[in-house]
Design a protein around this ligand. Sequence first.
Ligand code: ADP
Ligand code: NA
Length: 323
Amino acid sequence: PGSYTTLTGERPTGPLHLGHLFGTIRERVRLQDLGVRTMVVLADYQVITDRDAIGHVRQHVYDAALDNVAAGIDPEKSMIFTHSAVPALNQLMLPFLSLVTEAELHRNPTVKAELAASGRALSGLLLTYPVHQAADILFCKATVVPVGKDQLPHIELSRVIARRFRDRYGAVFEEPQALLTSAPAVPGLDGRKMSKSFGNAITLSMTPDETVAVVRRAPTDSDRYISYDPAARPGVSALLTIAGLCTGRDPGAIAADIGVGGAGSLKDCVAESVNSFLAEHRRRRADVATDPDYVRSVVRRGNERANEIAEQTLSEVREAMGT
Ligand code: ADP
Ligand code: NA
């Protein structure tokens, strides 16, 4: 593990939620604890791939760093950094853009899906954001990238870019391997994927009471007999999945325990499962939050170290290209 590097991260567009924790943060903490060099990018420039305004990005960067540290990211071992503080990433994008064709960019299924979902005109940044992501992955020579299935085309593009760069100029970049995450699509309270933009999230920063309140508002159905059936009962099944993730139990077994208790008992069970699962995270979060300067210094140091790595890689790129 000592010679492995992993890169993961999130867009600082709002508070992190259980989907982030199960889908990626727990995985990156596990890799860090195995001795893998762990890079966490807070992708602030990617905020504007699908929106005009950058929003309260500074506050979101702060909160995301806080949640990562509370979840176990150790700033002595791992780096938490932002795009905007590492300009060499953007310089890498130029040679990378020359290695891909417009047709390849247009074929990317995630770009197509996000374009359709946004209902906006395709911006140059949205079209090229998989290349931007390749720069994130390749600048630190990441060898393992934990992703959901939908992200596999991005990893493939990073591999293609690493190979084409090698064929044209010389071996500078590693070809990263995708590591499929165990919880790629945590459902939100309405049965759709948990997402900041759907308003269906249980965020890591909610209090226990706020958690009870959002769980109570979740849409269910009138069948008092609780069963796990994602196709026919998306609301009930999403709640069971969340409780299952938080307790490490099978959602069907939780349903069987509740039996004819109805949505009320189900929601009590879910809120309690989430609150006991998050208790430790929330305690650490509150503890770290007593020292905001520390949190800011974590990002500052992460930026400095990421810059050193990026400058080193950029000088290898210049050397290989003869620029
Ligand atoms: P978005 O691109 O929708 O704004 P983020 O960039 O904040 O989302 O998400 C960062 C990463 O967190 C994603 O690539 C994914 O790995 C993980 N993630 C987010 N939501 C979920 C979810 N509901 N289930 C599992 N993983 C998730
Ligand atoms: Na999201």
